[in-house]
Design a protein around this ligand. Sequence first.
Ligand code: NDP
Length: 495
Amino acid sequence: MTTDFHQVAKALSFETRAFIDGKYVNAASGKTFATVNPATGRELAQVASCADEDVDRAVSAARRAFEAGSWSRMAPRERKKILLKFADLIEANLGELALLETLDCGKPISDSNEVDLPDTIETLRWHAEAIDKLYDQMSPAPHNVVSMLVREPIGVVAGVIPWNFPLFMAAWKMAPALAGGNSLILKPAELTSLSLLRLAELAADAGIPDGVFNVVPGLGEEAGRAIGLHRGIDCVSFTGSGEVGRYFLQYSAESNMKRIVLECGGKSPAIVMPDVKDLAPVVENIATGILFCQGENCSAGSRLLVHRSIADKLLEQLKPVFAQWKVGDPLALDTRIGALIEQPHLQKVLGLIERGKAEGGKVTFGGKQALVESGGWFVEPTIVENVRNDMAIAREEIFGPVLSVIPFDSEEEAVRLANDTNYGLAASLYTEDLNTAHRIAKAIRAGTVSVNCYSEGDYAVPFGGYKESGFGGKDKGLAAHEQYTEQKAIWIQLG
Ligand code: NDP
């Protein structure tokens, strides 16, 4: 395989039309919007800008397919075969899809190749494999009654997808939704439509019937809003900001009370207890936790809570590790930190670093824009010390490679600081004491607590947040199947 990704990228063609009812189509209005390469600031393509009429066409096609039963009533083992073929086709086209992801998102090609694509494929396979092993239930009932509790697909599911992991986040939603027999409409983030548009063709090639898999690219206020308010959609599964998550709750209330599942980011702590003797693996995990995907990661470990007695030693070991995270051309194999998604986001990240300084924080590593000459939007990996938990930099989701360091003096204080946030998505904890590990893991109000590692768990582990990080359900694991199904009680009186 060639590793001259620039050369391959030059030969790449982009599918930019919506995919509705098994066909690529332009937006009804004929309108388009630009999608830009964050590493160069240059336009990649013009993408169909869908709005109400297009969403309406997609919903009609999805509903028609659902009612026809070509997918919704297919035997689970047959759906499984098609979804496994879909996963195989993604694998066969891994290089192209990874390249699209990197060009459109600015993330390092090694991440796209080794994380985003493999995880997308494995997520699809896991849910496909699960679907013919899920049993319904019977409830305790009198002798002359058969009381069945059966799960049925909810109908038309929409996935509203963020820009940080377009394929992977779509997989978290489409895999359980499709496995359960639903029809699906995906709306990519306007900044990153290309990979999902290409994916649609592979879904059709795998044998997913027309109307079951649709992709409507468009602006949030147009295509996203139309999805939220459409009475023909039964469930919206969303990942993104809390602000837009709240809109979806409103849209639901204003329309058909569709089910809403939200994953809305975090401000996750990494807690280092004083008993840790070997800090080498800890600093590696802390760096990965905040620097992976340029920090544009909902479960990024953005607050380092470290016991005061070991803070200096830990930071001394952490800085050389940060230095190894090379900021560079996303198409170069040794790049570990690519470009931030867009200019306004770069300004937001730099603005929060400045605000951190103004509020008393001290930047002790990085802190500046990088590779300005590229035309892209790069930021150095950054450490801010002297941070208090009430500073903006410790409270707002920065979504950049910026670590805030907050020392603590006792376990109680560590737990209090960890929980002193509106979010509750994830936390990491480093200790060599089993009792401490269990005690703190129980005390933290977050959906995932990883101990002595930075992790969201694998495909089998439900992922979702407490407090303002999540609402209405979970991604991953069998828990994700529940939100895309309705449970029906059938009570049969025997004659
Ligand atoms: P948004 O929440 O704005 O976008 C997420 C999705 O919602 C996109 O598909 C977007 O479409 C859509 N959307 C936007 N506005 C509306 C609307 N009015 N009605 C319906 N749908 C809408 O996130 P951003 O991409 O703007 O990022 C902003 C911040 O959100 C980030 O800085 C980060 O803090 C957080 N975020 C968190 C993520 C997570 O993983 N939890 C992922 C991404 C962002 P469009 O792209 O067209 O606007």
